[in-house]
Design a protein around this ligand. Sequence first.
Ligand SMILES: Nc1ncnc2c1ncn2[C@@H]1O[C@H](COP(=O)(O)OP(=O)(O)O)[C@@H](O)[C@H]1O
Ligand SMILES: [Mg+2]
Length: 226
Amino acid sequence: MIVLKNLSKQYTRDSVGLHEVDLHIQPGEFVSVVGQSGTGKTTMVKLLIAEERPSAGKIEIGGWDITNISRHDVPLLRRQIGVIFQDFKLLPQKTVLENVEFALEVAGERKSRIQQVVPRVLDIVGLSHKNERYPHQLSGGEQQRVAIARALVHRPKILVADEPTGNLDSINTQEIIEILKKINEFGTTILLVTHNREVVNQLKRRVVTLHDGRLISDEHKGKYRL
Ligand SMILES: Nc1ncnc2c1ncn2[C@@H]1O[C@H](COP(=O)(O)OP(=O)(O)O)[C@@H](O)[C@H]1O
Ligand SMILES: [Mg+2]
């Protein structure tokens, strides 16, 4: 599903993002990526969604070599990989419903399809009853749930979450993790970048640790060991 081969990202002569990382992730896995600040976690996310290009090595997604993906093909990739961030990135002038609809509109989907998909994804995140609200009228956890709904509109095979609970308290954090687990149970591969020790230890799933751009450990049923 996801294959990183000897993957490196050198931003400038003295700024290393990732250094010779090898990682294979099977369909349906739930993998946590941990590591101190500045160790290459976000770089890995950006390489996976083709927001940055590798300096060396190779990336495959579902058998598709995206190492040198053309700009034209990036939207195709983004349909296969949903992504959420720490800061939600919702459009403040649009309602919950409009934020989620917009992701399909920009992809050129038909109205009938949009009306079919959007209620379904809002239901998955438990926000159907708040679909007329604006982002500022929601809690942080609810805003992240909208972002998750938006990330699911293309039924991606992979969901990448870069510190999705970094701005949330422990109750909202738990809610988001439960939703990610549910999405994983539906068969979606999850890559969760997190600093949260409790979350990682409670998941009892695979844990990949980065340090200074290098992959220093990869454990099944791993623990947060930093
Ligand atoms: N656009 C960039 N230009 C130069 N250096 C960068 C850039 N983005 C990230 N870096 C550097 O790459 C390293 C890894 O950063 P990042 O992947 O954001 O780490 P993390 O997400 O683990 O905190 C850091 O040393 C950071 O300063
Ligand atoms: Mg980061």
